[in-house]
Structure formats: structure tokens, C-alpha cells
Design a protein around this ligand. Structure first.
Ligand code: IPM
Ligand code: MG
Length: 354
């Protein structure tokens, strides 16, 4: 199993180190991982003048899976857009056709008290957000900043979705829903946007292939509100790139910390890029306090979705549950009476639990 490891910027290298330790620990059971590292994001810019150096892209293409840390630092905010760290992850998603982004938001019973909502609203929450990742206003052309005839500047972007793009992501949503409780909520803005009008029409067409699944529709503004009002009404949510970006950050807070959310970005053959959804957190980089659990659970998603190693993935997930039950907490999920640990300490605990 060939894995491209792209630690990136900020806390990326620290959390990735813990994810890699977990992989190595599994090698004792006869699994064999071939890891190759490459710079990406700000680190790519420093190394090769490009957030996604050619060699990094080549490595990512050749690998079976990619373990990705995070990219971004304020110090790059003044670079031209094409050189900014975020371009690396956007290009990787596009170049590798990673259109299906799975962002599960699960509330561990031990962390229900760490949520920004009262525990009874979130205890037992288990939502899967499926975000389309290679289309929408993120990639639509034309885009730019231009000068209008009256001399003022105008910024513009284009929201687009083709029928086939909608069909494949909605179908992926139904396939996931079939393995769960067979409820799928498609989130759009059909009352205002033509892209959403098409999205909803296609979703209704695809639903005919999956009569066992109950499909509902919700406007994005209402969905954002319902996630706070009654999050447990949701099981699988399928939505476009930008709405999914926003909803998944919102959902992360229900779980107690954005430091707890893993993700998988898959192509049509389940090759994937696996990354925590939190960013590079430059404010805490290098301090050894970042929560590595989102990365460790991203490793679990890699084993499950790309390598079909469900048993190994279950072991990691169970180890994470165990360390939380044992009371180990990084700063972001700390509550009094618990055992405070840093990034490496949390890695140690997970490996011991494995
Ligand atoms: C995410 C991030 C990215 C996105 C950024 C870093 C480009 O917010 O993965 O959710 O907007 O997709
Ligand atoms: Mg985001």
C-alpha cells in the first residue's frame, strides 16, 4: 500500500506524525505501508516556489492514497492567489478527481459536554455530510476581479453544476445512505439558484434507483439552522461544494471540537485523500498541543475506504473511543478532572489502546 504523506503547514507536520505512528503500529500485524513524503502548501512554496510542486503532484498521482495534514499560514496571504497554500489542496482535489468528500460528525458520549449545544441535543449524534468537492463556485469560470466601465472594481465568480456532476455525488449519497438508516437529505438553495433547481431535479431522478431510501430536501439556510435546532434529525446530508464547506465546519462544533473531524475525499475508484477538516492553526503550530485525533481517524477512513481494511479501521476507531473513555484530553476538548495531554501524548495513548 503506497501512501503519499503531505504534512503541509502549521500543525500539519505534528498531527501527521501521530497518524504515521498509528500506521506503523499496525505494521506489527503484517500490514505493509510504503510511505513517501513531499512538501505541500506553504512548505511547497518554500521548497519549489509552488504550493503544489510537480514532484508532489506526481507522487500523489502515483500513490494508492494520500495522507494530508493542512495548508495555510497568514504570512502567505499577500501572495498572488495562484501561489497561496490553499491552491495546493484545491488543485489536488481537481487533478485527482476527488469529487466525493465524506465528513462524518460523530459525538463521542464522553465529549457530549464539550459541545457548544446542551448535551441532550448532541449525545449520540452521528451525521455524515457528503460534500461535492470538484465543482460549484469553487472552480466555476469565469472568475476574477475586473474594472467596470464606471471605473470601480467588481469581483465575480460563477456557480455551475452539470447534470453528471450532480448525479455522481447524489448517487454516492444514496449508496452511503443504504449502508446506514436509509435517510438522505439533499441541501440546496432551489428558491434562488438555477444550479440548485437542476440539483434538486437530478436528485429526484436518482432517487428512483434507490426506492429503499427516503430522500428529503432542505434549503441551505434552513439546514444551517436545523443543525443547531435539532441535529439528530439528520443522517446523511448531500450537498454542493460551498454549502458543504460551511455546513461541515458548523457540524464540527456539535461534536465538541473541530479537532475531532476526519475526512475522506474519494474518486470514482475509491482512491482517496484523507485529511482532518481543521486547518493549519498557525497560532498553535509547533507548541505540541494540537489534537491529533482527527488525523488518526482520517487514517482509519483511509484503511476503510481505499484499502478495504475494515477490521484495522475498527481497531483505530475503538482505540480512539478508549482513550476518550480513559479521560485523555488535548486542550481543545479539555474539561476539569480529565487527563490533559499534548499531541504526542495523545498519540501515545492511542497506540497503547491499539
Ligand atoms: C476545507 C477548507 C478548504 C475549502 C480551504 C482550505 C481551501 O476550508 O477543506 O473545508 O474551502 O475547501
Ligand atoms: Mg472548510
Amino acid at each position: 500500500m503506497k501512501i503519499a504523506v503531505l504534512p503541509g503547514d502549521g500543525i500539519g507536520p505534528e498531527i501527521i506524525a501521530q497518524g504515521v505512528r498509528v500506521l506503523k503500529a499496525l505494521e506489527k500485524d503484517g500490514l505493509k505501508f510504503e510511505l513517501e513524503y513531499a512538501p505541500v502548501g506553504g512548505a511547497g512554496y518554500e521548497a519549489a516556489g509552488d504550493p503544489l510542486p510537480d514532484a508532489t503532484l506526481k507522487l500523489a498521482k502515483a500513490a494508492d492514497a494520500i495522507l494530508f495534514g493542512s495548508v495555510g499560514d497568514w504570512k502567505y496571504d499577500t501572495l498572488p492567489r495562484a501561489k497561496r497554500p490553499e491552491q495546493a489542496i484545491l488543485r489536488l482535489r481537481k487533478e485527482l478527481a476527488l469529487f466525493a468528500n465524506l465528513r462524518p460528525a460523530m459525538v463521542f458520549p464522553e465529549l457530549a459536554g464539550a459541545s457548544s449545544l446542551r448535551a441532550e441535543f448532541v449525545a449520540g449524534l452521528d451525521v455524515m455530510i457528503l460534500r461535492e468537492l470538484t465543482g460549484d463556485i469553487y472552480f466555476g469560470e469565469p472568475r476574477g476581479i475586473r474594472i467596470l466601465p464606471n471605473g470601480e472594481r467588481e469581483g465575480f465568480n460563477t456557480m455551475r453544476y452539470s447534470e453528471s456532476e450532480v448525479r455522481r455525488i447524489v448517487r454516492a449519497g444514496f449508496v452511503i445512505a443504504m449502508k446506514r438508516v436509509k435517510r438522505l437529505c439533499s441541501v440546496d438553495k432551489m428558491n434562488v439558484l438555477e444550479t440548485s433547481e437542476l440539483w434538486r431535479e437530478v436528485a429526484i431522478e436518482v432517487a428512483k434507483e434507490f426506492p429503499a431510501v427516503t430522500l428529503t430536501h432542505m434549503y441551505i439556510d434552513n439546514a444551517a439552522m436545523q443543525l443547531l435546532r435539532n441535529p439528530k434529525q439528520f443522517d446523511v446530508i448531500v450537498t454542493g461544494n460551498m454549502f458543504g464547506d460551511i455546513l461541515s465546519d458548523e457540524a464540527s462544533m456539535l461534536t465538541g471540537s473541530i479537532g475531532m473531524l476526519p475526512s475522506a475525499s474519494l474518486d470514482a475508484n475509491n482512491k482517496g485523500l484523507f485529511e482532518p477538516i481543521h486547518g493549519s492553526a498557525p497560532d498553535i503550530a509547533g507548541k505540541g498541543v494540537a489534537n491529533p485525533l482527527a488525523t488518526i481517524m482520517s487514517v482509519s477512513m483511509m484503511l476503510r475506504y481505499t484499502f478495504n481494511l475494515d477490521a484495522a479501521a475498527d481497531r483505530i476507531d475503538n482505540a480512539v473511543k478508549k482513550v476518550l473513555a480513559q479521560g485523555y484530553r488535548t486542550a481543545d476538548i479539555f474539561e476539569s478532572g480529565m487527563q490533559r495531554v499534548g499531541t504526542t501524548g495523545m498519540g501515545d495513548a492511542v497506540i497503547a489502546a491499539l
